[in-house]
Design a protein. Structure first.
Length: 136
C-alpha cells in the first residue's frame, strides 16, 4: 500500500531559473542547445537550419522551392572537372552556396517588389549565429 502524506511544494512547471515552462518548452530548449551549441557539428546544423528558414520564407513569398546548399551533397565528378578547367572551381559547398545565391538574385530580379524581403541586409551567417545564441 502506498500513498502520499503532503502536497508537493512546487508546481510541476517551476524551473530552476525561477520562471515557468512546460515540459515541451524545456525539451525544445534542451534539444536546441544540444543541436546548435553542444555539438561537434553545431555550426553545420545552425547553417542548415538558417538556410531552411530562409528557404521557407522565400517559398511563402514566391512559391519557389529552393534546395538547401548544406544538404545538396557532392556534385558530379564530371561537373567538378569542367569547373576546374574553367578556373572557377570553388569546392562543393561553396559552389552550392553560390548557386543558391544566384537563384535568390534571379528571383529578386523577377519580383522587384519583393527584392528587399528576398535579399535582406542580414546574412545567413547572422541568422545561424542568432539560432545558436537563442539556443544557449
Amino acid at each position: 500500500m502506498s500513498g502520499f502524506w503532503y502536497e508537493p511544494q512546487d508546481p510541476a512547471f517551476f524551473t530552476a531559473a525561477g520562471g515557468q515552462a512546460s515540459l515541451g518548452e524545456i525539451y525544445q530548449a534542451a534539444r536546441d542547445a544540444s543541436l546548435y551549441v553542444d555539438n561537434t557539428f553545431a555550426a553545420q546544423a545552425a547553417m542548415e537550419r538558417a538556410y531552411d528558414d530562409r528557404n521557407d520564407r522565400i517559398f511563402d513569398l514566391t512559391g519557389e522551392k529552393l534546395d538547401n546548399p548544406y544538404r545538396m551533397g557532392w556534385r558530379g565528378i564530371d561537373q567538378q572537372a569542367r569547373d576546374r578547367e574553367a578556373g572557377v572551381w570553388e569546392g562543393p559547398l561553396q559552389s552550392a552556396v553560390s548557386s543558391w545565391q544566384g537563384r535568390v538574385r534571379e528571383l529578386a530580379g523577377r519580383r522587384p517588389e519583393l527584392a528587399a524581403e528576398l535579399m535582406p541586409t542580414r546574412s545567413i551567417e547572422e541568422d545561424a549565429l542568432a539560432l545558436t545564441r537563442d539556443a544557449d
